[in-house]
Design a protein around this ligand. Structure first.
Ligand code: ADP
Ligand code: MG
Length: 339
């Protein structure tokens, strides 16, 4: 008798969740990305107990059509891509169709959603991937997803969750990244009973930065803005004396997607040159824009690593721009004025 069989959906989704939902902050990130892709202007995120008992993300985006809600919870179900070639012109943050089924497989999820042209909203409740309830409700346009008891049915994963404080730090980190990558959206993060982040969504990177780092650091920034035929880089460089011991405060985004990239970080460091001592890293927030064909986002399930087809060129350009910006700015500490 044959020994090979196809895994059932729940097991397959729980395995995918191992990659997609590494920790509570990863679930926050995926839900926030969906809210951003839905064209939201305001996104409210709430968590309790490091995200383990509760994660809630509410948006004012397009909502999900009644006939699509159950499909959204199926593996590889997405509205964002049809062909592999679509990836090369990808503008959305999501495309793998894995987040909702993965999260739902390892928690209890309630979704409330309504589109502009539906009179009634929908509520669906899942536990361990099983749909247990579906009904009509009154709700405002947009989507609210509530995740309770994350990892309750995967005790092995629960064991790897660190202290609540560590998990909260990761949650603040992913929301900060998203907020700086999309200053046109207002983000509000409430951790337990405390508002940790509130950005205005006025489109100014400096205001988002000030909401996260405080006004005094924001006042010590220099502006950077360069354009070549293929790319544009714009953002903020904090004065070298505020350099930190970790790379974590070097923020980059590409086409509105927060990314981590050592090469870009090193290019910035080269630009600061001797202004920051060895082992220190300047605080920077830089937004890259380029045609999507020049960047591959399909490198890792978390989609925070990307590959640039012309990485060398971008880095050379960036280093030069940082040098120029710091030189030009050395007489004038504030480039844009804060109201
Ligand atoms: P992906 O984002 O890769 O498409 P997900 O599993 O995260 O996959 O979501 C599946 C689909 O559900 C999305 O393609 C989208 O159509 C829909 N969806 C999820 N969250 C939202 C939301 N907040 N607002 C509107 N649509 C959503
Ligand atoms: Mg998604």
């Amino acid at each position: 008798m044959g020994l090979i069989h196809v895994l059932d959906d729940l097991v397959a989704n729980q395995i995918a969740a191992g990659e997609v939902v590494e920790r509570p902050a990863a679930a926050v990130k995926e839900l926030m990305e969906n809210a951003i892709d839905a064209g939201s202007k305001k996104i409210h995120i709430g968590t309790r107990d490091g995200g383990l008992t509760l994660i809630e993300v509410q948006d004012d985006g397009v909502g999900i059509e009644p006939e699509d809600v159950e499909t959204a919870f199926l593996r590889h179900a997405t509205s964002k891509l049809r062909e592999l070639t679509d990836l090369t012109k990808m503008r959305s943050l999501g495309f793998r169709g894995e987040a909702l089924p993965s999260i739902a497989a390892v928690s209890k999820v309630t979704v409330r959603t309504r589109t502009a042209h539906s009179e009634e909203g929908q509520l669906l409740h899942y536990e361990a991937g099983q749909l247990l309830e579906r009904k009509f409700i009154g709700c405002s346009q947009g989507t609210r997803i509530t995740v309770q008891d994350l990892f309750y049915n995967t005790p092995a994963r629960l064991k790897f969750v660190r202290s609540l404080q560590t998990e909260n730090t990761h949650i603040v980190d992913v929301v900060s990244r998203a907020a700086m990558a999309r200053p046109d959206i207002s983000f509000r993060l409430q951790i337990d009973d405390r508002v940790a982040i509130q950005t205005p969504g006025d489109g100014q990177l400096l205001s988002a930065f000030a909401s996260i780092y405080g006004l005094s650091l924001a006042k010590s920034t220099f502006g950077l803005c360069i354009e070549s035929p293929d790319y544009a880089i714009a953002g903020l460089l904090v004065a070298p004396e505020f350099a930190r011991k970790s790379r974590n405060a070097m923020w980059f985004s590409v086409n509105g997607r927060p990314i981590r990239n050592i090469a870009l970080g090193n290019a910035v460091l080269d630009g600061y040159y001797t202004l920051v001592p060895k082992g220190r890293f300047p605080v920077v927030a830089l937004a890259l824009s380029m045609t999507p064909t020049l960047v591959d986002v399909n490198v890792h399930p978390s989609k925070t690593e990307v590959r640039f087809s012309e990485e060398r060129d971008i880095c050379v350009l960036l280093t030069e721009a940082v040098k120029q910006s710091l030189k030009v700015a050395s007489g004038s500490p504030v480039v844009q004025s804060l109201s």
